[in-house]
Design a protein. Structure first.
Length: 263
């Protein structure tokens, strides 16, 4: 009976690093700092817009997916996906130049900002043990931005109204290099940490990306666990594209909670 109990207890201790598949599904609540400049076809730069100060915060709660495929002891594939959008209404406090449109102060403006982030990376585990993995990674971090402003205003002297509507969007594929580690803290508790960075100039995009993430995972069942962590991400790009000629400086950070599935 003692031997059977010990065997059952050992079976309940989940070694996440030995599971071929690991999928985390949850929500990510963040605070964002976003600055955008859209030049359009005008002579000179557009207005550098602090999106939060001008239109209201773009903070919010987003869906997020993180997954790992451990092909074998050394080689892994990692996928991350998240998206969000925000719509605000505000009376402008200053004149702005946006994507070739001149919008005066006191205009009634509707703004929309959305993004989709997908990352696909290859990982190599250089220190494989049953209770930990330490990996180096290389991959592509694809971020698609969409920012739009619709505005109307009264023309001085009561001679009518003016309007402007313009959208700027771009997909920014940036390579990333980094490292990740997962450690067993005892029993069914794990810690997963990751850091990534890259700076590159390709295809009319000159930018940098930096990301750090840490999460604690409690895995009481071999197939199901709960996790909580913190993620910080920043991207700074100068872009010359058909849909956006300008720059984006965006940072978001905040806590994350998720269900962790392994099989």
């Amino acid at each position: 009976m003692l031997a059977l109990s010990a065997g059952q207890a050992a079976a309940e201790d989940t070694q996440l690093t030995q599971q071929p598949w690991q999928i985390s599904l949850g929500s990510f609540t963040n605070e964002s700092d976003l600055t955008i400049r859209a030049d359009g076809d005008i002579d000179g730069d557009g207005t550098e817009i602090d999106w939060g100060d001008t239109f209201g915060d773009v903070d919010g709660t987003k869906f997020r997916l993180d997954s790992y495929w451990r092909i074998n002891d050394r080689h892994h594939i990692r996928l991350m996906y998240t998206e969000n959008s925000s719509v605000k209404h505000r009376t402008l406090e200053r004149d702005i130049e946006w994507n070739g449109e001149s919008i005066p102060a006191q205009a009634s403006a509707r703004s929309e900002f959305g993004f989709t982030i997908i990352e696909l990376a290859y990982e190599y585990d250089f220190s494989k043990r049953e209770d930990r993995e330490l990996v180096l990674s290389a991959g592509v971090h694809y971020t698609k931005f969409n920012a739009a402003i619709d505005a109307t205003w009264s023309i001085a002297g009561g001679s009518g109204t003016g309007s402007a509507s313009s959208e700027a969007s771009v997909g920014a594929p940036l390579p990333v290099l980094g490292g990740r580690g997962m450690w067993n803290l005892g029993g069914n508790w794990w810690f997963d940490a990751q850091a990534q960075w890259f700076q590159v100039a390709i295809d009319n995009i000159d930018g940098s990306i930096f990301n750090i993430r840490g999460a604690f995972i409690w895995q009481p069942k071999p197939w199901l666990g709960l996790g909580a962590g913190y993620d910080s991400f920043s991207i700074d790009v100068d872009i010359e594209k058909e849909r956006l000629n300008g720059s984006i400086d965006w940072t978001y950070a905040g806590p994350q909670i998720f269900f962790n599935f392994a099989f």
